[in-house]
Ligand binder design. Structure first.
Ligand code: IVH
Length: 690
């Protein structure tokens, strides 16, 4: 029997499958524009695996099945960089750099390739006849370590270059990094599995490449941006850097989408400003910008001094991290009695702002990070995210330090503290006798999203309590009779007292939704308050409702229902409410008349929303698109400005952080209800918050 036709059929099919898979892989991971479904891709992949299993002798190293699977290695081999991997000089002044380049070249009109300086790990990739044969770290610039097996696991790295016209031997230089979102998710998982999280995305990328077992590297969401060439500049090479990058892209090599060609020093400065403003919205971490002379022939003429080329300059952005000293660890008591340890730091600039206080979230987190007074800590602040202590620099710990002891009583009122089962928080149980909680309750009541009484901030509340001008929120509406005493207050004066009293008067108009939210009932955020107000229409039936009745409101689960029911039965609350409800000319007895459609009224309009965990009903991008469609901004990280945290399956540490920040938490059903613009209670799911 002649088996030749069969053999050539199989060989042909193997090649077609490899090419198709490489192309679809590139469309998915590099272009973000898949042409086929995941299922169709998997089917092709399975077909290839099966054919290769039947004919292992025909497996090629560039086969898409060969990315992962290399066995753990003993160590990393050394690799010599034939063209040294240089560093870039950081320049304080772009005009100086431009002048030097211009003088050396005798040219005045100079284009620069401007690129973000990716905060990752520099790598060199060697393609021989279009096939990836070697990858290495930078090392000291002349000698690095071989990480071919690790680099092969990165899905966006082509194992074989696409298209044609590649030099026989090509060395691509680039940066391996991990996106901020992937970094956050990776750390959430690490925390859940009691593993040590990475301090920053750069460490995460470096640590992942340093794995001797490539199968571990394969599980890390690494990416690559190519930004230059080492060996391999051939005769028909393009004239400029941007053309070179274009060619890279045609060969399937990923490049940074935020790069640009700019003209002269003005162009550089404008781009610098633009990128600095955009920094917080970039999906990856950068530590500055790189400007490179675009004409490759001019680069030759400029050459380099010592270890850096004359044709490139880096400009640094303010660092996202800094080391500083912990001067004290205080305990704050929040509105619901939660005791929060806060590190008082020696003031330090991080990411462009001065940081002096940093929350340590809770006592478990404090113990995990082992922060002590006297420690030097690494503080990190990315974007509008609240600053955090990443880790203690243990080498710098002084001899006589002590771990922080768990509080045995409330640091403000001296009352009893307790910790409920399943909760990390330690609380002061003296809800209605603890001044810290009373003050926080007033501050919350007056806050912008609650009753919106301008001027009632932390300082004023402190003063009003100290002078016994108020004891509860109800006293705010009796302040007009104590005008003279108010004027006596530090930094007040007639004008500001009148403004304050006017703002308090104005707040009488707030509707039931805001009022309910302002009362600060645990588990009742704005969405729940809106649901209760709409469902019951007025305060009286709401106060009379049973737990069962309360659960009839959309989005209200058993936990929130129980909280609301108990709130209205607590004698101190009843006294305060009686007084508030006896106030004349108020809008809070009834729900505002609904305008029908969502429109500008929609609770998502203008809200910043963060998603965490896996959602069942929508993909992340779908959920994001729908949220944005309703006017919400979707952010990757939590901050004080976050309105909602949407929690899916396996949410990780964001959930705890959100609770502690007082960010309202929505489960999938609650989000669905918001998307629907409200209606029947069938969408209501289990409460997420325990
Ligand atoms: S160009 C001769 N472009 O920054 C200079 N480098 O000090 C060739 N880096 O470790 C490098 N982003 O890996 C260039 N867009 C970019 C970069 C970049 C990050 C790293 C590079 C090197 C360091 C330079």
């Amino acid at each position: 029997m002649n088996t030749l036709p069969l053999i050539s059929f199989i060989l042909g099919r193997l090649q077609v499958l490899r090419e198709q898979l490489a192309r679809h892989n590139h469309r998915y991971h590099v272009l973000d524009a898949p042409e086929i479904t995941d299922e169709a891709y998997d089917a092709l992949f399975r077909e290839l695996v099966e054919l290769e299993q039947a004919h292992p002798e025909w497996i090629t190293p560039d086969s898409p099945t060969q990315r992962v699977g290399a066995a753990p290695m003993e160590g990393f081999a050394k690799v010599i960089h034939h063209v040294p991997m240089l560093s870039i000089d950081t320049v304080p002044d772009l005009a100086d750099f431009h002048r030097r380049v211009s003088d050396a070249l005798g040219e005045t009109e100079i284009d620069y390739a401007a690129e973000p300086k990716i905060d990752g790990v520099a790598v060199s990739l060697i393609y021989q006849a279009g096939v990836l044969i070697q990858a290495a770290t930078r090392g000291d610039g002349r000698e690095g370590e071989e990480i071919t097996a690790q680099i092969r696991t990165i899905p966006s790295v082509p194992l074989r270059l696409l298209g044609s016209g590649h030099p026989e031997r090509l060395e691509v230089r680039g940066e391996v990094f991990i996106t901020l979102e992937a970094f956050a998710r990776f750390n959430e998982n690490a925390l859940m599995n009691n593993e040590k999280p990475f301090a920053n995305p750069r460490n995460a990328a470096a640590g992942s490449l340093r794995q001797l077992d490539p199968r571990i590297t394969a599980r890390r969401p690494l990416k690559l941006f190519c930004h230059g060439v080492g060996e391999g500049i051939a005769a028909d090479w393009p004239a400029t850097h941007d053309q070179m990058m274009q060619r890279f892209r045609a060969w399937g090599l990923p490049t940074c989408p935020d790069a640009a060609v700019v003209h002269g020093v003005e162009g550089c400065c404008a781009y610098y400003q633009q990128l600095l403003e955009k920094r917080d919205r970039l999906p990856y971490e950068i530590d500055g910008m790189v400007f490179k002379v675009n004409q490759l022939a001019w680069r030759e003429r400029l050459g380099f001094v010592s270890r850096a080329p004359r044709w490139a300059a880096a400009c640094k952005f303010p660092s996202r991290e800094a080391l500083t000293l912990v001067e004290a660890i205080d305990i704050q008591v929040g509105r619901t009695g939660v005791l929060t340890p806060v590190a008082r730091l020696q003031p330090v600039g991080v990411g462009g702002v001065t940081v002096t206080n940093v929350t340590l979230h809770n006592f478990e987190e404090l113990a995990r990070k082992e922060v002590r007074v006297g420690d030097t800590v690494r503080v990190r602040r990315a974007g509008d995210v609240i600053p955090e202590v990443v880790e203690v620099v243990l080498e710098k710990r002084p001899a006589a330090t002590q771990p922080v002891a768990l509080p045995l009583c409330c640091p403000v009122c001296g009352g009893e503290v307790s910790k409920s089962e399943g909760e990390v928080a330690i609380r002061c149980v003296e809800n209605f006798a603890c001044p810290a909680q009373l003050k926080e309750a007033v501050r919350h009541f007056a806050s912008r999203r609650a009753m919106n009484i301008e001027g009632v901030g932390e300082k004023l509340v402190e003063l009003l309590f100290a002078r016994q001008l108020i004891g509860t929120v109800a006293d705010l509406y009796r302040l007009s009779v104590r005008r003279a005493e108010l004027i006596e207050l530090d930094r007040m004066g007639e004008k500001s007292v009148d403004n304050l009293l006017a703002a308090i008067e104005e707040s009488r108009k707030r509707d039931l939704t805001r009022f309910l939210f302002a009362l600060g009932i645990r588990e009742v955020g704005e969405a729940t308050a809106a649901s209760l107000a709409r469902h019951f229409g007025a305060i009286a039936p709401l106060m009379a409702a049973s737990e069962q009745d309360l659960q009839g409101a959309p989005e209200v689960g058993p936990v929130a229902a129980a909280r609301v029911w108990h709130f209205f039965r607590e004698p101190t609350n009843q006294t305060v409410l009686e007084r508030l409800l006896a106030e004349p000319a108020t809008g809070w007895h009834r729900a505002a008349v609904s305008t029908g459609s969502g429109g500008g009224d929609h609770p998502l309009a203008g809200a910043t929303v963060v998603l965490t965990g896996t959602l069942g009903r929508w993909s992340r991008s779908e959920a994001k698109a729908r949220l944005e469609g309703l006017g919400a901004k979707v952010s990757g990280s939590l901050s004080k400005r976050t309105r909602y945290l949407v929690v899916g399956e396996a949410p990780g540490s964001k959930l705890a952080q959100a609770k502690e920040l007082g960010v309202e938490i929505l489960d999938e059903a609650a989000l669905a209800a918001l998307f629907q613009g409200e209606s029947g209670g069938s969408e209501v799911g289990e409460e997420v918050v325990k």
